[in-house]
Ligand binder design. Structure first.
Ligand code: SF4
Ligand code: SF4
Length: 350
């Protein structure tokens, strides 16, 4: 069945993405399966250990439409987590030793329940991460968020794919760089990223094209020098994240004829030392409807928890998740290439 037919039949974009990945996989039989490479390296089954992080994707609504977005988010998306589903997330957090609640989207702040949810999670004394695109902090109706995040000691993890305006804007849209710089300055004035402050500001870099990220520590050093000298901006750390071959980035790869080239790079850069720290081994990801996945990437592919049909958060107890096998596919080579990659950057020091 063609992708166009799937779209005409009203299939979700995630269905189409999954179908497209399957078609690409069939075309590229020379590429090994991730599972086979894992087994060959002494990991017959990839299993979750103890759950430490609950990643909550609160919806696909966003004020931006970045080229590499793996969520396919944008201003016209209407998928948003409801209060009822947030309450189920809270129940799971309460029942568990989950240390970190990692909130992502879309632009998470655009979900009307965001402030209530953050307040409730902080009452439970868990660490909260807001994956913030920075530009939302100056959008009409959202300018109170910097102070809100500071008041609740939320870690801000902010995308800034380059310290050069042209590169940043080419990936994230015109004017994004300047707005991001203004937002970072504002966060600094509230104490974020400052020495001696408990407010953590982390930046995220991902390559603009089909290449592996450079060395995280060296790049962090360059970012610090550039942002400090040119704008007086301070931050705590930089995470480098490999572009995953899914969603909009997969579209780009296929359209430009570079899918096989990029996958070959990821496969040939497989690093068995990265397997131990894969984020799926300590994380579960919940989508805006409350369905559970091994990670945010599997969520985008609608690849459910291994050995199970789709599981809803309302049907699950924390003990059902610890020790479970993890669903993998060829996209997982993005997490094991080079220094490894996850939502908190490189998995290994180089
Ligand atoms: S800001 Fe983030 S969620 Fe929004 S379109 Fe860009 S990458 Fe996607
Ligand atoms: S994409 Fe990465 S984090 Fe997700 S299941 Fe595969 S290896 Fe784990």
């Amino acid at each position: 069945m063609s992708l166009l037919t799937l779209l005409r039949q009203g299939s979700s974009l995630a269905d189409v993405d999954r179908q497209r990945e399957i078609l690409e996989d069939r075309r590229n039989t020379t590429l090994p399966q991730f599972q086979t490479v894992l087994a060959g390296n002494g990991f017959p089954v990839l299993q979750r250990r103890k759950l430490e992080t609950l990643q909550v994707n609160v919806g696909k609504l966003c004020n931006q439409t970045c080229r590499h977005c793996h969520v396919d988010a944008g201003p016209d998306r209407r998928e948003l987590m409801t209060r009822e589903t947030f309450e189920q997330c809270l129940r799971l957090i309460r029942e568990s030793d989950v240390k970190t609640v990692d909130i992502t989207g879309g632009a998470p702040e655009m979900n009307a329940q965001f402030e209530w949810f953050v307040t409730e999670v902080r009452k439970l004394n868990r660490h909260v991460i807001d994956r913030c695109n920075l530009t939302i902090l100056s959008a009409p109706g959202y300018t109170h968020f910097p102070q809100f995040l500071a008041n609740h000691q939320v870690e801000v993890v902010a995308s800034l794919p380059c310290y050069l305006e042209e590169n940043c804007d080419s990936q994230r849209g015109n004017g994004v760089f300047r707005k991001s710089i203004e937002a970072l300055k504002l966060l600094n004035t509230l104490g974020y990223g400052k020495a001696g402050s408990s407010l953590t500001l982390s930046l995220v870099y991902n390559p603009t094209g089909p290449a592996l990220p450079p060395n995280q520590q060296k790049l962090e050093h360059s970012y610090r020098e550039q942002l400090r000298q040119r704008f007086g901006i301070e931050f705590n750390r930089l995470y480098t994240i490999t572009n995953m071959p899914i969603s909009r980035f997969l579209d780009d790869l296929i359209t430009s004829g570079r899918y096989v080239e990029y996958m070959t790079l990821l496969v040939s850069s497989f690093n068995r030392d990265a397997v131990d720290g894969l984020m799926c081994r300590a994380t579960v990801s919940v989508d805006w409807q409350g369905y559970l996945y091994d990670c945010d990437f599997n969520q985008m592919l609608e690849l459910p928890l291994a050995n199970a049909p789709r599981i809803h958060i309302s049907d699950v107890h924390i003990d059902d998740l610890n020790g479970q096998p993890i669903a993998v596919g060829r996209h997982c080579f993005g997490c094991t290439a080079g220094a490894g990659s996850g939502c908190r950057g490189a998995l290994l020091e180089e």
